[in-house]
Design a protein around this ligand. Sequence first.
Ligand SMILES: NC(=O)c1ccc[n+]([C@@H]2O[C@H](COP(=O)([O-])OP(=O)(O)OC[C@H]3O[C@@H](n4cnc5c(N)ncnc54)[C@H](OP(=O)(O)O)[C@@H]3O)[C@@H](O)[C@H]2O)c1
Length: 449
Amino acid sequence: MRTLVFFGATGNLFTRKILPALATFSEEQEFTVVALGRRFKDNASYRAFVAQLLPRPSPLLERLTYVQGDLENPGELALKISPLLGDGPLYFYLATLPSLYRDALHCIEALAQGRNPKDLFVALEKPFGRDERDFLALEESLRNVFPEEHIFYVDHYLGKGTVQNLVVLKAENFFIERLLSREFVQEVHIGVFEEEGVGERGVFYEETGAIKDIFQNHLLQLFTLLAVDIPPLCAEDQKECARFFFQLSRERARLLSQVRLPESHEVQLGQYAGYREEVRHPSSLRETFFFFPLFLDTERWRGVPFYVASGKKTAQKRSFIEVLFHSVVTPPNRLIIEIQPEERIDLVVSVRKPQRELESTPVTLNFTYSGAFQASTPEAYEKILHDFLHHDRTLFPDSSFIQEAWRLTDRLLENLKTHPPAFCRYREGMLTPEILFREKRIPDEMCLG
Ligand SMILES: NC(=O)c1ccc[n+]([C@@H]2O[C@H](COP(=O)([O-])OP(=O)(O)OC[C@H]3O[C@@H](n4cnc5c(N)ncnc54)[C@H](OP(=O)(O)O)[C@@H]3O)[C@@H](O)[C@H]2O)c1
């Protein structure tokens, strides 16, 4: 029987995303779960907590065993967990603070002793380390315990249906692939906007900031998927597909080495007005917002700005890619790939207004997953857990991509340290993607003093 061991089983990610996906799986698959956390004293109180989070009774509850323990004492924690593990394969999942990964690995090392490495698997959440050096050290520690192909780096954006669809959209629609080049594209906008602030994740966020939290992973995933030359799509053959995704990942990593980073005057960083109070750090300059262009030094994209942005406490929650084409009309023709909250693709074209000779107006040709397939795509974490338990690595970023993404992010942060960019403390709930990408900055009236 497989055993899944979750570090951080009382946290935000586990309770909101992983738990519902686990409950779905427990209806069709056999496994037991060891859940680790600090805040509950015993199994009964943890199970009661989980029960009220699940929308309906689930076989999962019976299979959960909670262990209370602090990772400051990894050896002690390992002693508590060890008797709960069967002889079957072990799947460790690090859904805890990245600063605790090293302690978690000490605990895992103790649990792995005497076991066959082919039965040991690990998944871990981003950010993977704090910089390139730290990532390489983390990877080395992981490789001391796990075979390379048993390490699963999770970027849940890659589990989203629309993000995967970007690959098919380009590979199987020749005209779209052809349109995505400097010949036709004026500029690209990629945004990850959130209504929420940092909430209880203040300590984590003070260490991390938006550039490491969003740009280094989700945003660079979207950017490279849009910009990469996609190899011919694989058939339904799993081996061939694994090769396809491997090649795609290498191509995307190579693309990152061809990025021209922005000058500091092209960058704007920001922090939402209530942030300092929330994290109890009255002079914090930690960014909760960034905006800047990236350029690619390739034949296909030379000269096309990819404006990337992310912000917390904006007017709406929205993640998307918007491609603006060279156009004779205003606003220009656009291809919009919405990732959340709704998974949708829009193509904005001009048509004649009724009864108005040749006067034109923009209209949207539209596709939604829910409309086209009468069902929403499975939640990203269902896909992630499924692939982890089936050892399917195709949708997990590989280490060469992560390393290249860190190299780029480290260079960017170093440049911004030497030449600090504009910084705006912005009013909450006002900034929209439309305003930002039109003005190419947060307007002055939204910034405090
Ligand atoms: N939240 C999200 O939506 C989201 C999305 C994508 C990725 N992630 C990633 O997922 C990871 C976890 O994020 P989160 O938002 O879930 O964080 P969180 O809500 O702060 O949860 C942290 C978890 O770690 C446990 N923990 C903290 N200190 C510990 C210690 N010394 N010993 C043992 N356990 C300890 C906490 O236990 P107690 O609370 O019981 O003390 C809790 O279960 C991070 O890497 C984050 O970047 C999160």
